[in-house]
Write a protein that binds this ligand. Structure first.
Ligand code: GLN
Length: 247
């Protein structure tokens, strides 16, 4: 089996360890003897996304998001088609914002998104920053995602589902307790950290749906995740101890 990962704008969207997500996906495939190709997709590249199995977009500063937004106009049609066909896409923070309709930094400065997600983002007047814990039922009962967020954009969902519910931290906007967004096989989230090494079950879920789309139902052999699980458990214990939540 072979997985082709499309890494979009590695030169512009790579904040707070986002590249670690690519490393985690690659390692978790290699440990299972699954071949991996990482295809970097940069500004100006002509890409039809047809033979990409898993696409990744990291976070970025406002000025870099502006450059990406311009370039995405040329890729938008093919990307929307690929998503409708079931492409797996993980987008973090700045990348997530650009999958929505727009990111309004000010009345005069609005960055266009590609509208895959029925959501929009407006800049707030304080940064939403810190550790974050999200209850993530899509990963199973009593499942959590842990990470770190740092954004001033506040994202509001219209007719689409959140990834989970904020337990600690701010999430999409610091107001409605919603975090991230899911549409088909597209997952948008504010969790940096990097997300996937900290949450290996989410990494495996993404690998599974990407490979199953290409090869039919794929079952991944479990990996030895003792350190990953201990790290996550320590994080949850530290922040949830006052919340009396079981995990
Ligand atoms: N520039 C965006 C914001 O501040 C996204 C930041 C990020 O990707 N961490 O909201």
């Amino acid at each position: 089996m072979k997985l082709v990962i499309g890494y979009m704008y590695p030169e512009l969207l790579n904040l707070y360890g986002d590249r670690g997500n690519i490393i985690a996906l690659k390692k978790r495939c290699e440990w299972r003897k699954i071949d991996v190709e990482i295809r970097e997709i940069k500004v100006g590249a002509d890409e039809n996304f047809k033979d990409i199995d898993l696409l990744f977009l990291g976070g970025g500063a406002d000025k870099d998001q502006k450059v990406v937004s311009e370039d995405l106009k040329n890729k938008k049609k093919n990307l929307i088609q690929a998503v409708e066909d079931g492409l797996t896409l993980l987008a973090i923070c700045g990348g997530y914002q650009l999958l929505g309709e727009y990111y309004e930094i000010s009345k005069e400065n609005k960055i266009e998104g590609i509208g895959i997600l029925d959501a929009y983002t407006v800049a707030g007047n304080k940064r939403l920053i810190g550790n974050i814990i999200v209850k993530a039922n899509f990963l199973g009962k009593n499942s959590f995602l842990v990470g770190f967020e740092n954004h001033s954009g506040k994202t509001f969902l219209r007719n689409c589902n959140p990834l989970g519910t904020v337990i600690i931290g701010h999430g999409n906007n610091g107001e409605d307790k919603k975090e991230g967004c899911v549409y088909k096989n597209v997952y948008g989230t504010y969790l940096h950290g990097p997300l996937l090494p900290k949450n290996p079950e989410f990494a495996d879920m993404l690998l599974k749906i990407s490979l199953s789309r290409k090869y039919g139902r794929v079952n991944l052999e479990p990996l030895e995740d003792t350190f990953e699980n201990k790290a996550k458990e320590a994080f949850l214990k530290r922040f949830l101890k006052d919340k009396k939540l079981r995990f």
